[in-house]
Design a protein around this ligand. Structure first.
Ligand code: SAM
Length: 275
């Protein structure tokens, strides 16, 4: 377990320090993340986003460059005031923690936030995206970032999905993880929610007969996306009111999941987005 000395500053010089090992475990192992309810986000921008959005912060590790950086010092002061343990570490220790040759100057350990099906209230929201068994952390992070960009209310992870708190997924969100609520649902929970959803439940599907540009998309919209390899499960598709397709020419079988989500989201939100 990580040492429970919080609201203090600690100098860390050894790779074998238990906190360094624990952070390394959070970076590399899903089991560690789910057992502790913690995760690692690298970089000063993500630290600033997390702190501004009020996420619980357990540790903030600062490399040597952070000591002269006023934004990093402010983040450290905020984190410390909220009870976090501040670690002042060498570049070698930052590298060991994150398993990277060029570590970021700030690495934070935050408390996970994940909603359940009963926490989702579609009333008054614009749209949610539901992902069926998303496997690729880069796709998941990119989708969370895009949902943030179009003003979506949140992302549902249905079935056995990749870990949204894996370092690669967190990195791909570019900070949107701290602004877009995430919910975890079983397939049955998703089907029950879709059955009573008050607005449009539209699934993107390669067999869809509706051009994605034609529906009216009454709000709140639930946009449902299939798995990267297998597409959307038949019973999940049956729970949706419309199967929409994005036209393609050329030889590609399908679009990348995150690209298809972005194309659909910008069409659904087109009338509501202005420069
Ligand atoms: N082999 C999979 C299949 O048969 O569905 C391809 C899955 S595709 C890489 C991942 C997801 O992106 C699909 O399940 C669908 O939700 C969406 N998608 C990709 N291209 C699409 C298109 N042209 N029209 C509608 N949805 C698309």
């Amino acid at each position: 377990m990580i040492e429970k000395r919080q609201g203090a500053v600690k100098h860390v010089t050894s790779h074998s320090n238990p906190i360094v090992k624990e952070i390394k475990g959070l970076v590399t192992q899903r089991k560690h993340r789910s057992q502790s309810g913690l995760f690692v986000a690298e970089g000063l921008k993500l630290a600033t986003d997390a702190l501004e959005a009020g996420w619980g912060v357990r540790y903030l590790a600062l490399g040597p460059e952070a000591r002269d950086n006023p934004v990093a010092q402010k983040a450290a002061a905020t984190a410390k005031a909220r009870g976090a343990l501040i670690l002042e570490a060498s570049t070698a220790v930052m590298s060991a923690m994150t398993r990277k040759d060029n570590p970021q100057m700030v690495v934070g350990v935050y408390e996970q936030q994940l909603l359940g099906p009963r926490d989702i209230d579609p009333a008054g929201t614009t749209l949610w995206v539901a992902l069926d068994r998303v496997r690729d952390p880069g796709n998941l992070g990119t989708i969370i970032r895009t949902v943030d960009a179009v003003g979506g209310a949140g992302v549902m992870l249905v079935g056995d999905c990749t870990d949204p708190f894996a370092v690669e997924a967190v990195r791909a969100t570019m900070g949107s993880l701290f602004h877009v609520p995430l919910a975890k649902l079983t397939k049955d929970e998703f089907k029950a929610l879709a059955g009573k959803w008050p607005g449009t439940v539209a699934a993107t599907h390669l067999k869809g007969s509706v051009d994605y540009r034609s529906p009216d998309y009454a709000e709140p919209v639930l946009l449902v996306m299939g798995n990267e390899q297998k597409g959307l499960e038949d019973d999940m598709a049956a729970a949706c009111s419309t199967l929409i397709r994005i036209p393609q020419v050329g030889q590609a079988d399908s679009l990348n999941l995150a690209v298809a989500t972005g194309v659909a989201l910008y069409e659904i939100r087109r009338k509501h987005l202005e420069l």
